[in-house]
Write a protein that binds this ligand. Structure first.
Ligand code: NAD
Length: 272
């Protein structure tokens, strides 16, 4: 009998968050990770895969308490702690509150996953407002640099910073113009920061997903029937197919890798 929960429905929009048969081998035992956008899609899958590997997680999220609580439950089911922080990463006051709480509760931080991101529906450049440009840059890249700067003093040798960029950083996007520009900036940030803090023994890497079924794409792509069809594997991926790369980059297995970006996109991909 098939398990309807683990099945991807016809439109692909049930995000599969834990990889089938993913047992975990406690690669992140006793580690503490902050994950921005850890309530939904890719970030949620990362939170649960990290928990299965033995890490406690703190999740930053903006809107849905329901998704955040659901994620917390799934993390706790793996025997790990899950702290929830609701707020906007692009607001300084929120970042300060967050940092104070992590300092108080954890004192140190092992892994920072900079994953929160937004995109507006595809549009021609003439139709993009100043507000949209500002919001996309504030959320996707400016707050990423600020959050990293704020948390760095809590991290020590062996620490990991993992940032979510996108296939659009490399390929561009026909109609996600401001979004793809922020993702290009993230790719450059990853390489620059890796060199800048190499001496501290903190490794900085990234993941560049291609088309992945998450709530984000449902809101912003108008034609989901073709979403992800133009890569060699001819399908979009699931969050559960992206999260193991974050585990790898957070673990000892990647101890000689820094400034790199893992591309997870079903093969060479054109469009976005
Ligand atoms: P998602 O919408 O499911 O998750 C993103 C989460 O980020 C949101 O749920 C929200 O809680 C959080 N967030 C957004 N703005 C925030 C803010 N200002 N403050 C705090 N939290 C905020 O989307 P997803 O697809 O899982 O996206 C995760 C990352 O992956 C994003 O950076 C996105 O750009 C990137 N990405 C996604 C795809 C894809 O096809 N889904 C492809 C390439 C890159």
């Amino acid at each position: 009998k098939s398990n309807s929960k683990s099945k991807v429905p016809k439109d692909g929009l049930y995000p599969e968050i834990i990889r089938k048969n993913y047992l975990g081998s406690k690669k992140l035992l006793n580690k503490k990770a902050v994950i921005s956008g850890g309530d939904s899609g890719i970030g949620q899958a990362v939170a649960i895969h990290f928990a299965r590997e033995g890490a406690d997680v703190a999740i930053i999220y903006k809107e849905s308490d329901k998704d955040a609580k659901e994620t917390q439950k799934l993390v706790e089911k793996e025997g790990q702690k899950c702290i929830l922080f609701k707020g906007d990463v692009s607001k300084k006051a929120f970042r300060t509150k967050l940092l104070d709480k992590i300092k108080k509760d954890w004192k140190t931080l092992d892994i920072l996953v900079n994953n929160a991101g937004i995109q507006f529906p595809k549009n021609d450049i003439e139709k993009i407002s100043d507000e949209q440009i500002q919001k996309t840059f504030d959320t996707n890249i400016i707050s990423m640099i600020a959050l990293t700067r704020d948390f760095l003093p809590l991290m020590k040798k062996g620490g990991r910073i993992i940032c979510t960029t996108s296939v659009t950083a490399y390929r561009g996007s026909d109609h996600l113009i401001d979004y793809s520009a922020t993702k290009g900036a993230i790719a450059t940030f990853i390489r620059s920061l890796a060199v800048n803090i190499a001496e501290k023994g903190i490794l900085v890497n990234g993941v560049a997903p291609g088309p992945i079924w998450t709530p984000l794409v449902k809101e912003t792509f108008d034609n989901l029937s073709t979403f992800g069809k133009d890569n060699p594997l001819k399908r979009a991926g699931q969050p559960s197919e992206v999260a193991p790369a974050y585990v790898f980059l957070a673990s000892e297995d990647s101890s000689f890798i820094t400034g790199e970006i893992i591309h997870i996109n079903g093969g060479d991909f054109v469009g976005g």
